[in-house]
Ligand binder design. Structure first.
Ligand SMILES: Nc1ncnc2c1ncn2[C@@H]1O[C@H](COP(=O)(O)OP(=O)(O)OP(=O)(O)O)[C@@H](O)[C@H]1O
Ligand SMILES: [Mg+2]
Length: 247
């Protein structure tokens, strides 16, 4: 469904992503892992066109998307969350979910307040995620985990086919983490393709069918969770730590 070909992103002399290629199969939960600074978020930024890639191609469902504007990519069915939750100041959760999901570029500036259809849809999604009780809370008063759920809700507003999650469980307490895992599973069972970046190896190993490992901007290993866990290049990149704990 998604193919990244020879992607590069340079910041001056820093090669954040260097000749990175991988595929995400339709209907899969694929994990993108790697040590801090490996280039995972930068790859996400280039795929969703939050950043313009220096070189390389990104294909979605057989169509090249790396030259499209971000909202066009969302309209084609690819949505992503951000590692740092972006919540709009002085807005309720419901307002955040609706406003963050508006994808028509400058035309949205002329849109009136939330439409009844948007409210209905957003409330349906909050219900799916079991968070209707916080619909009218100020977005800035939420716990870390609740913010992650709000981000997930905003993501679902655009009816994506594939979602890119950047550390959806980062800093989240264990109970809420299980809830988030459950939601990701349920979405996947309903046909959603998922690409997930996460440092929690135990979570990655039990949630994903396929793992792509990045280090220093490029892919160093790919395979089933069991395969990559044993891969010497992967163990080397992590210097033993996180990988051995998960094993
Ligand atoms: N806007 C930027 N300007 C300059 N350098 C950047 C920029 N964004 C990222 N980098 C650098 O690119 C490299 C890759 O960073 P990136 O955030 O993509 O890594 P990551 O794999 O997501 O790491 P983490 O697991 O810590 O989130 C790092 O060396 C980082 O410092
Ligand atoms: Mg990152």
């Amino acid at each position: 469904m998604l193919e990244v070909k020879n992607l590069c992103k340079y910041f001056g002399g820093i090669h954040a992503v260097e000749d990175c290629s991988f595929k995400v199969e339709k209907g899969s939960i694929t994990a993108l892992i790697g040590p801090n600074g490996a280039g995972k978020t930068t790859a996400f930024n280039c795929i969703s066109r939050t950043m313009v890639p220096t070189k390389g191609e990104v294909w979605l469902d057989g169509e090249r998307i790396d030259r499209l504007r971000p909202h066009k990519i969302t309209a084609k069915g690819l949505s992503r969350t951000f590692q740092i939750s972006r919540n709009l100041a002085d807005m309720t959760v419901l307002e955040n979910v609706i406003c963050q999901s508006r994808i028509n570029g400058w035309r949205d500036l002329f849109k009136p307040a939330m439409s009844p259809q948007e409210i209905d849809k957003a409330m349906g999604i909050l219900d799916f995620l079991n968070i209707t009780r916080i619909a009218y809370e100020d977005g800035s008063n939420l716990s870390y985990g609740q913010k992650k759920l709000m981000d997930l809700a905003a993501l679902l507003m655009s009816d994506p086919k594939i979602i890119l999650l950047d550390e959806p469980a980062g800093g989240v307490n264990p109970t809420l983490l299980e809830e988030i895992v459950g939601h990701i599973r349920k979405l996947n069972e309903q046909g959603m393709t998922v690409l997930i970046v996460e440092h929690n190896m135990e979570l990655i190993m039990r949630l994903s069918q396929r793992v792509v490992v990045m280090a220093a901007g490029t892919v160093i290993a790919e395979g089933s969770p069991e395969e990559v866990q044993k891969d010497p290049a992967v163990l080397d990149a992590y210097l033993g730590g996180a990988m051995e704990d998960a094993a």
